[in-house]
Design a protein around this ligand. Structure first.
Ligand SMILES: NC(=O)c1ccc[n+]([C@@H]2O[C@H](COP(=O)([O-])OP(=O)(O)OC[C@H]3O[C@@H](n4cnc5c(N)ncnc54)[C@H](O)[C@@H]3O)[C@@H](O)[C@H]2O)c1
Ligand SMILES: [Zn+2]
Length: 405
């Protein structure tokens, strides 16, 4: 790391001591690649992006892989091992790939982080080692956290294998595990060496995990890009049919919006008290938790987006026509716009998602801030939420659901 010169501060305001300011100058970039069939011997993307050009010795490497992926594609383990054998002059696989359960179970608590760091320690991975994490957003969150803390950080290559991980969860700078009954309560910001989005993995996804990432695309289109919303609206039928060309375009456009926000938005490590991209997420996180994670993140976000779109209409940020377009398009993709967890109450009769609102405020650690569309494709921030409108929204979505079943 290059450290630029520090500075003595001799300001009169510091009359009781001297202050030496430590300044860092550490630009960083990483590639996010879109490709197909990464472990095919003829595909050189991984070697080109993960290994340094002037690399002389082979890099000690380990692979963590998602069990859900292997279950659907049992041959993928052999293929990966053959690829590493073929590339052994660049990457030395120090042990066979380590399989972790897929889904939220892998990041619920410390157990798998302990397993991960123990495996890295047993294989004598040193601080220059490289971890290839292959799987859904949950596995990548756990593996990314383990990579960030082992030897204070080893090189991390993420290979996201769900739609949601490719267009959101697996491409950025965050990782985390759930603890104290809170999502992502423990985690770090940690920059990957490279991210490789391999569309080949999408073919084995169950429908819910195939379409889940489209909820994040709606989220970002509604607050950032009206033409992207139109694209989603025009293609909802094809998305429901699992059209390859359309889903690949959705992933790319959604990923680029996220990456631009992280790299150019002025707050890469989220020091501010808002979460500018988290439209629809305050309720989504609570819905996921209440469902015991039987409901995926994407499905919960779809419900959260529908609920917040209703709110945006009620306070005249969007028109009724816009609300109808949003709800129709989300639903037509095969995503839910209603969940019974919206109505779940605690022992005192208070709606659980109202408790979720308080948890969201605590997580922000400052002023309550919500992101909302201000017309489709434009963003605004609100600091108060009228829960009576949220209740009306719950009844509205429930009525819609009943009329469609
Ligand atoms: N770090 C971040 O910035 C960030 C952002 C958004 C979401 N997230 C997190 O991401 C997680 C959700 O990720 P997700 O939606 O990818 O779900 P997931 O990781 O829970 O995976 C869903 C299921 O798909 C299986 N699977 C994975 N790849 C497969 C494949 N190619 N074929 C068949 N099955 C496969 C998994 O085993 C799992 O059962 C949540 O924990 C969420 O909090 C993180
Ligand atoms: Zn999300």
């Amino acid at each position: 790391m290059k450290t630029s010169a520090g500075q003595w501060n001799q300001s009169k305001f510091h009359s009781h001591g001297e202050i030496y300011h430590v300044a860092f100058d550490h630009p960083y970039s990483y590639p996010v690649c879109f490709t197909r069939d990464i472990f095919n011997a003829r595909n050189d993307v991984l070697v080109k992006q993960a290994a340094a050009e002037n690399c002389t010795a082979s890099i000690k490497s380990m692979v963590f892989i998602d069990q859900g992926l292997i279950r659907r594609d049992p041959g993928c383990m052999d293929k990966i091992c053959r690829w590493f054998e073929h590339q052994r002059h660049v990457f030395e696989l120090v042990r066979e790939p380590v399989v972790f359960p897929g889904g939220e179970a892998v990041k619920n608590g410390w157990d798998h982080v302990n397993r991960a760091t123990s495996a890295m320690n047993d294989a004598q991975l040193d601080r220059h080692g490289m971890l290839f994490a292959i799987g859904g957003g949950a596995l990548l969150d756990m593996a990314g956290f383990a990579a960030a803390i082992f030897h204070r950080g080893i090189q991390l290559v993420r290979i996201p294998t769900t739609t949601l991980a490719q267009d959101d969860a697996g491409i950025g700078v965050k990782n985390g595990i759930n603890q104290y009954n809170r999502k992502n309560c423990i985690g770090t910001f940690y920059l990957p060496k490279a991210v490789i989005n391999d569309f080949y993995y999408l073919r084995t996804l169950p429908f819910d995990h195939f379409i889940g990432g489209v909820a994040e695309a709606f989220k970002i289109a509604l607050i950032r890009d009206s033409s992207f919303f139109k694209f989603l609206e025009n293609n909802c039928g094809r998305l429901k049919q699992r059209d390859d060309t359309i889903i690949e375009q959705v992933i790319k456009r959604c990923a680029v919006h996220h990456l631009d926000h992280i790299s150019k938005g002025g707050d890469s490590f989220e020091t501010g008290s808002s979460r500018p991209l988290d439209f629809g997420h305050w309720s989504a996180h609570k819905i996921e938790m209440l469902s015991g994670f039987t409901m995926g993140h994407g499905q919960a976000v779809a419900v959260g987006v529908a609920l917040d779109a209703f709110y945006a209409w009620k306070i005249e940020l969007i028109s009724k026509t816009d609300l109808d377009r949003i709800i129709f398009a989300v639903h037509a993709c095969g995503l839910p716009v209603w969940s019974r967890y919206l109505e779940m109450a605690d022992a005192s009769g208070r709606l659980e998602i109202q408790n979720g609102l308080e948890e969201f405020r605590q997580h922000l650690g400052g002023r309550l801030t919500f992101t909302m569309p201000d017309g489709i494709g434009r963003v605004c921030e609100l600091h108060d939420m009228d829960f009576n409108i949220v209740r009306q929204g719950i009844s509205f979505l429930k009525r819609l659901f009943k009329n469609h079943t």
